[in-house]
Design a protein around this ligand. Sequence first.
Ligand SMILES: Nc1ncnc2c1ncn2[C@@H]1O[C@H](COP(=O)(O)OP(=O)(O)OP(=O)(O)O)[C@@H](O)[C@H]1O
Length: 341
Amino acid sequence: MIQVEGLTKVYKTKKKTITGVNDVSLKVNQGEIFGVVGYSGAGKSSLIRCVNLLERPTSGTVTVDGTEMTSLSGEALREQRLKIGMIFQHFYLINQKTVFENIAFALRAAGVESKDMKARVEELLQRVELLDKRDSYPSQLSGGQKQRVGIARALANNPTVLLCDEATSALDPTTTKSILALLKNLNKELGLTIMLITHEMNVVKDICHRMAIMQDGKVVEEGSVYDLFAEPQNVLTQEFISNVVSFELPEATLAQCSGTIVKVVFKGDIAGEGIIADTLQKYNVKGNFLHGAIEYIESKPLGIFIMELSGEIGDIHEAIQYIQARKAKVEVIRDGLAASH
Ligand SMILES: Nc1ncnc2c1ncn2[C@@H]1O[C@H](COP(=O)(O)OP(=O)(O)OP(=O)(O)O)[C@@H](O)[C@H]1O
């Protein structure tokens, strides 16, 4: 579990003072995958580096698994930090050492004895499915394979928490998927708590349980990934989500529609129900699907549809109310241009 309270990180350079993180409080629960999203300069790296005190916060506290990291220094901090694994966008492997030696290096630092080394390295390589590359050098590996070595190394000391600093940003979409699947697996099998930072909403959508959106050093919105995808409140959250789930209608399509245009969001189990067909028939309203999809977030369906509703205006309003009463969200994007057809 990671608890951040009132964390501020100020950088002072000769020319100016920059507040990288500005009074952030958040909690990552035990066994959760938590994503922090934001544009470049939002303060994501500063925040995650403050969690294991790679950067010392200017003020505020960080507590990991009950230990207040910010109260530690020297040997006590070093020891506590070993319980927190970290992986990076650019992997940071030692190029002169083989895969085996890169991992053995981390194990040695964690106090593993020579006699146990081979078995332990091989166990870690097995976990990241890279046993066949044990004698290769980093230059002989693909980006995804390098990140697998990074993950094996991060797991060397059996951490309870894994921090991921843009871990898939240098990888192509297919390799990204396979690394995300590996992280999800480690979360499930080892109960590993994972905090990741990314500028890619797809990463969050694929594996995170909860997320926070950062802007100018602050958290502007936080919640379950499902709820934020269903009903984002903050403009920035809406913008990030529209990069992944976008239902913008072409002007030409809009120009051809004279009915009431609505966006309907169905959450959870009701997403699959035939509510729309049922409603349209009941109120004698004609419905025309213009755009939409059912997304699955954490295996839960989230249906988002853009529709044109035509008919008597009173019937349309009643149909909308009927759909809303069944726990779907209906937003009128544009009122009908004519009362009826
Ligand atoms: N060591 C540093 N010295 C001075 N300013 C810094 C330092 N590190 C970060 N900053 C500044 O703090 C702010 C937040 O940067 P940070 O790297 O945490 O953001 P980010 O969201 O991770 O962005 P990116 O994805 O580009 O790394 C930025 O204005 C940045 O210039």
